[in-house]
Structures are given as C-alpha cells and as structure tokens.
Write a protein that binds this ligand. Structure first.
Ligand SMILES: Cc1cc2nc3c(=O)[nH]c(=O)nc-3n(C[C@H](O)[C@H](O)[C@H](O)COP(=O)(O)OP(=O)(O)OC[C@H]3O[C@@H](n4cnc5c(N)ncnc54)[C@H](O)[C@@H]3O)c2cc1C
Length: 563
C-alpha cells in the first residue's frame, strides 16, 4: 500500500494486499515519533516517507492482521490503534483517580445509568466522545447524529495517502464504531437547538430530546467565493471522501498542470501529493509564504524553499482574480493579480474553513463565525457569556480559552485537539462538578509534506520572536522555538518530533525565551528574529448589549456573523 517513493505505491498495493475482510487502522500521528518499528514489523502496511513521516494503509487486508498487531505492540509510543483491539486505552485523557472512599450513589450516578446524551457531529470528536462515555461507565441512552451518509472516518489521509492512490477514499473509516452501543443517525442534519426544551431539531422534522448534549459539528471547506466559477468542472475543495475521490481521479488522469490556491496545510499537502505523482503544480498564496498563517513568515520561508526544491512553482503575494472555463464548463484558465494567466485543468481551492454553526442560530448559545465558545470544562457559553450546564462542545467547532495563552479563546483545527477535547467533554458530561477536568492540553499538530514531518506544540502565532534552537534548516531537520515577551510559547519541528515533548514541558513551565540550554545538535543558524506571525484579525462587532442594571443587561448576537 503506502509508499514514499514515487511510483512504488501501486506495486506495493498489488504485492499481497487484497480486499477481503477489512481491518481498520488509525495512527495517532500527533503521538508518533517516527521510530519506524511498525514499518519493520508490517512493511506492506506502514511505510516511512523520508526520515520521520509515516504513511499507512487505513484499511489493510485481514491477512496482514498478525503483522499489524505486532507493529502496534512494537510502537514505543503506542500510537497505533486497531479495530477490535480492546486491550488498550487510546485516549490521552487521564483515567479517573482511584476511589478513596465509597460514596452513596448521588443524582450524578443515576444520570450515568439512565440519562440520555445526544452528540451532534458523527466524526472524530463525536466518536471519541461516545467511546469515552461508554468507557467511563455511562449506560444510559446515547444518540449520535451526523449529516454525512458515512460512518465516522479519518480526514488526514484524504490529503495524503488517498490522493496518491494508496488508500481508497472510502476506506479511511475510524476503528471501533461498531462496538459502541449507540443509536447512530447518519445522513440527517441537525437544523436547530431548543435549549430550554432540551431538544435537537432535525432536517427530517424529528425532534430528539436530551439531558445532555455534545456539539461536535466541526468545520467545512470554505467554498470558492464566485458561484459561477465555483461550478466549473475541475475546481475542487478538499474535506470529504467525495472531494478526495473526485480530485484523485483528476490527478490520476495526469493533467498538464494543477493549480493550488492557498498555501495552508491542505494546499501544501496537495502540492506534495502532486509532486509525488510527478505532476506539475503551481501554488498561489496571497500571503508572504506557505504556512505563514500558522507558523509565521520565517518558518514559512523554510516551507517555501522546501516546495521550490521539490519542483513546485510557488508564487506568493499573488491572488487569483478569476477562473475561466470553456463552453462545456470545464476549467481552463486562471487570471492572476500580477497580470499573468495560467492554463489549468484542475485546481484546488484551499481557502481555509467555515465552522458548522448555522444550526445553532437563535439557540441562545455564543456561536458564530469564530465557533462555539466554551469554558475549559467544554461547557458551552451562552450569548450572555454564562456557561451552560448541559451543553458541551468539542473538536474543530469549539473555541476554548487557554490559560497558557493569556486565556485567549483558541479555535483549533487539529486532530489531536479533537481527540483530547472530546475525551474531556465526555468525562465532564457524566461527572459531578467537583470531578470535572479542564481541557488544558497544549495544542499539537502534524503535517506530512515532501517527505518531511512537520510537527508543532503550543501556539506558534502567539509569538514575537522565533529562533532555530536545534539542528539545521539547510538539512530540513531542526526545531524552531517561539517566544512571547520572554517566555517560550511554541516549538515547531521539521523531522525532529522526538524533541517536542521536551519543549512541551518548557511551555507548560513558562520557561524563558530564548532557550539557554545546550543540546548535542545546538543550532548555529542564529539568533532570535521577529516571528512575523500574522496580526490577529480584529473581531467583527457581532454582539450588542442592551439594558441597564445587572438584572436587565443582556447580549444579543447580530446575524451578520455568518460570512
Ligand atoms: C483533508 C484534511 C487533512 C487533515 N490533515 C490533518 C493533519 O495532517 N493533522 C492534523 O492535526 N489535522 C488534520 N486535519 C484536521 C482534522 O481532521 C480535524 O481536526 C478533525 O477531523 C476534527 O474533528 P471534528 O470531529 O471536530 O470535526 P469534523 O471532522 O469536521 O466533523 C464534524 C462532523 O459534523 C458533521 N456536521 C456538521 N454540521 C452538522 C449538523 N448540523 N448536523 C449533523 N452533523 C453535522 C459534519 O458533516 C462532520 O461529519 C485534516 C483535515 C482535513 C479536512
């Protein structure tokens, strides 16, 4: 299946991976440190790309089972999870502390036995929350509502293995859904929330009552802004298996040139997949460098060089003015803001995302373009800023304050955050107030591009300076450390993931920046420089407050938030 080297994928797929009984595999790549033990144990399933990036078959043939089980056992950081392997705990959440005394069952215990929990959003966060609820002893009724027709699946392979033709788009299902005792309702959207009546309204007219609700509706791809151009055949977004399959087919037809509009993580990964397939690709971004929005322009500059070294035609500071098609509606050309034109048959609009909050309009929750606000216990905040007791939020749709980052509300679109936050939300949904946990995990993410594993811990945009602390930029094997007002706030590793745990400890302890410790691979690359992170956008005026005196003053959300 998976392979790093151009052209090897199809061969290794045919080398013994038939499609009989399906075994699902998911690797927590936030946790993976590139030890490659799995690639030794099951080389047809796990393949290293470059030094540290791991690609794997999400749905290998059952004939590989024994090797895969051995690979999972050999993983030094225990990051591999399989269907029907119940011997391990794959959440990072802490286990409940051992009981020191036996309390009489209170109202919380009764809820755990007979309560009714509804989860809206049947993807990574929704599934993880459902599992945690059952693992922690919730035996009441559990309903999971998802608007997609599919059972929960993993999105990261869509921009990597799937585009390279190594894993079919519909074979990235997340393990273990079948084992969960829950009422799954796929293919039906929640359209409204009646907070006081404790009901979720569905598109098919049904109303589903709940005692406690988890909102895990994530994000969707931001569409191309011009509707007529958006309809051109050949223009894609990338968020679902359908998107990935459509784009994969067009790439497999070997277009003359692919245009990627937007050099965020998705755009960069698609450019990387194109080069793996030996396709010509142009990447456009209106910013100064790829990934500059997430990592700042200094490390973005390193990503830019990496793209150019791998044959990408990268153009920064340039926008697409318009897309043009032929008489049959097929994409043919892009007109750019620098006056040039590009002949293209296939383009990806990688313009970021929109949070799925429209269904909450009028519900009284603080839900808008920024996401659904919650406290660190994952309890949703209402429009007046009061926390609710029975509505929780997790995953990409959530916006949660983080004490390490000046209590700023962070909206994160990272796999690891969805898993960790869903675990905390689920635990808190069935726990008494005194036993609830705060979601204080440091943000972490990974991205696999051009054979390089880019990983981050902390918030790189919460920085005024950055320094290459270890390794060598020229070799693309380094750790960049970010600081804000003299303390370390983030670290980004290119093929140096093993160090990130160390830096996470420094961030937790608010260690001084620039770092002063010595390492064997101390960088000679320099001194701290301005991080060149994007300015935070000024929030739009979307709330009006009316009334005098504490009993009267109330906030109202203004509708124009949904842009
Ligand atoms: C192509 C791609 C590649 C990625 N690669 C990486 C990576 O390399 N590393 C990384 O850290 N992260 C990556 N991510 C991000 C990661 O996949 C997300 O952080 C994760 O999927 C978030 O899970 P979630 O459950 O919160 O949201 P989602 O996965 O967005 O799921 C939300 C679900 O709710 C459903 N929904 C929405 N509205 C409603 C409604 N009204 N009623 C019912 N259901 C509704 C949606 O259809 C969806 O099924 C990638 C994402 C994409 C799209």
């Amino acid at each position: 299946m998976t392979t790093s080297v151009r052209g090897r994928g199809r061969n290794s797929r045919s080398a013994g991976l038939g499609r009989g009984v399906h075994m699902k595999v998911v690797v927590d790549l936030t946790r993976c440190q590139g030890y490659a033990q799995c690639a030794f144990a099951a080389p047809d399933v796990f393949v290293m790309q470059g030094d540290e990036a791991l690609l794997y078959d999400t749905d290998p043939d059952d004939a590989q089972r024994e090797k895969i089980v051995r690979a999972a056992a050999a993983c030094p950081v225990q990051a591999i999870f399989l269907d029907r392997d119940d011997t391990r705990d794959d959440t990072r959440i802490r286990k409940p502390a051992p009981e020191t005394h036996v309390a009489a069952p209170g109202p919380g215990e009764a809820f755990k036995r007979t309560g009714h929990i509804v989860i809206v959003g049947a993807s990574l966060a929704g599934l993880r929350a459902a599992r945690t609820l059952r693992q922690e002893g919730f035996t009441g009724s559990l309903t999971v509502i998802g608007d997609e027709p599919h059972a929960p699946y993993d999105r990261p392979p869509l921009s990597k293995q799937v585009l390279m033709g190594q894993v079919p788009a519909r074979r990235t299902g997340l393990p273990r859904r079948d084992e969960l005792d829950a009422h799954w309702r796929f293919g039906v959207a929640a359209t409204g929330l009646d907070l006081s009546g404790k009901q979720v309204l569905l598109a098919d007219g049904a109303k589903v009552g709940f005692d406690r609700l988890l909102i895990a509706t994530g994000v969707r791809a931001r569409p191309w802004p011009n509707e007529a151009e958006a309809a051109l055949d050949g223009l894609f977004a990338l968020h679902t298996p359908e998107d990935a399959e459509g784009l994969r087919q067009r790439l497999a037809a070997r277009p003359g040139r692919v245009l990627v509009i937007g050099a965020g993580f998705t755009g960069c990964e698609v450019a990387s997949a194109c080069r793996e397939l030996d396709l010509q690709v142009t990447v456009l971004d209106r910013g100064p460098a790829p990934l500059a929005g997430a990592l700042g322009a200094v490390i973005g500059g390193v990503a830019a060089q990496m793209q150019r070294d791998n044959g990408v035609d990268l153009r920064c500071g340039v926008r697409v003015e318009s897309l043009e098609g032929d008489d049959s509606g097929r994409l043919r050309r892009a007109r750019l803001s620098d006056g040039s034109t590009l002949d293209v048959e296939v383009a990806l609009a990688a313009l970021g995302s929109i949070r799925n909050v429209e269904w909450l309009e009028g519900s009284g929750l603080a839900a808008g373009a920024w996401g659904v606000a919650c406290d660190t216990g994952c309890r949703a905040v209402d429009v007046n800023g009061l926390v609710t007791d029975d509505v929780f939020v997790a995953g990409d749709v959530a916006r949660c304050p983080h004490p390490v980052y000046d209590y700023q509300y962070l909206a994160l679109e990272h796999w690891g955050n969805a898993v960790a936050q869903a675990g905390i939300a689920a635990h808190n949904m069935i726990s008494a107030q005194s036993e609830r946990w705060p979601h204080l995990a440091l943000p972490e993410f990974w991205s696999t591009q051009f054979g390089t594993e880019i990983k981050s811990v902390g918030v790189p945009t919460h920085a005024d300076h950055v320094v290459i602390a270890q390794g060598s930029v020229a070799e693309r094997r380094f750790v960049a450390v970010y600081g804000y007002r003299g303390r370390i706030t983030a670290a980004v590793a290119f093929n140096q993931a093993k160090w990130l745990e160390f830096y996470a400890g420094l961030i937790d302890r608010a260690a001084p920046f620039p770092p002063s410790f010595r390492t064997v691979d101390q960088s000679t690359d320099g001194h701290p420089v301005a991080a060149e992170v994007p300015e935070r956008p000024t929030p739009q005026a979307t709330v009006v407050v009316t009334g005098h005196g504490p009993s009267e003053r109330r906030a109202t959300l203004v509708r124009r938030t949904y842009l």
